[in-house]
Design a protein around this ligand. Structure first.
Ligand SMILES: [Zn+2]
Length: 222
């Protein structure tokens, strides 16, 4: 039974949180084997899923072992998330001590549409307000993960408004990211056409890596 050094894909399925052990030969590059883009593959992963649950079931047979190892389970493994819901609703999905135990998180966020924030805060449009809330909530919840040491976020965005953001709007957009100061390693991967190589992006407390925007959606490892 493996407790540490394993990669788990965390996803919400029919309102329930699931952890699926990564089956990739290169788990450090895998952002979702058998999930999301290929739900049908989920069935073929069932033996692995069962194995995952068996590991947890063994833990649950003894409360002492459970409480001693559950912290290791959260602190010594890598969690990979591709649904922003898992981060947005994290405080409802995980116990606070579990959230604080997570040290390694890889999050791929496909953010469709225009940038979430505008310099004009008198926003009347309810949909834009909702997008603002989602954007700030996700970054805020990540910033509150007290034990996080290694954070890799891939932000998949596209659209002319991302690439032509005036500096003041870009500053407002990235403001919530500034609060993520805990992780020793914080890498933000963004498309190369949004101007992240210059201010205000360069003021963020992270290493920014750019990738060709055209490849962001076609290469599953980005
Ligand atoms: Zn995987």
């Amino acid at each position: 039974m493996s407790i540490g050094n394993t990669t788990f894909h965390i996803q919400l399925q029919e309102g329930r949180l699931r952890g699926v052990m990564c089956t990739s030969l290169t788990p450090h590059l895998c952002n979702g084997c058998g999930i999301g883009r290929a739900c049908r593959v989920q069935d073929t992963l069932s033996p692995v899923t069962t194995k995952t649950y068996n590991a947890l079931a063994v833990l649950q047979t003894c409360h002492v072992i459970y409480f001693e190892t559950i912290a290791i389970l959260y602190s010594q493994n890598t969690f990979v998330v591709w649904q922003s819901d898992c981060i947005e609703f994290m405080p409802r999905l995980f116990l606070p001590q579990r959230i604080d135990s997570i040290r390694l998180l890889r999050f791929t966020w496909t953010y469709l549409g225009d940038p979430p924030l505008q310099a004009d805060h008198n926003i009347k449009d309810r949909r834009v307000r909702f997008r603002n809330t989602l954007w700030t909530m996700v970054w805020r919840n990540i910033s509150r993960m007290a034990g996080l040491q290694d954070l890799r976020v891939t932000l998949r965005v596209s659209g002319i408004h991302w690439s032509s953001l005036p500096p003041e709007n870009a500053a407002a957009t990235i403001e919530p990211i500034k609060n993520i100061t805990g992780p020793k390693i914080f890498q933000l991967i963004v498309p190369d056409d949004i101007g992240a190589e210059k201010a205000p992006w360069t003021k963020l407390p992270c290493v920014i890596k750019t990738v060709p925007s055209a490849t962001q959606y076609s290469n599953p490892q980005l």
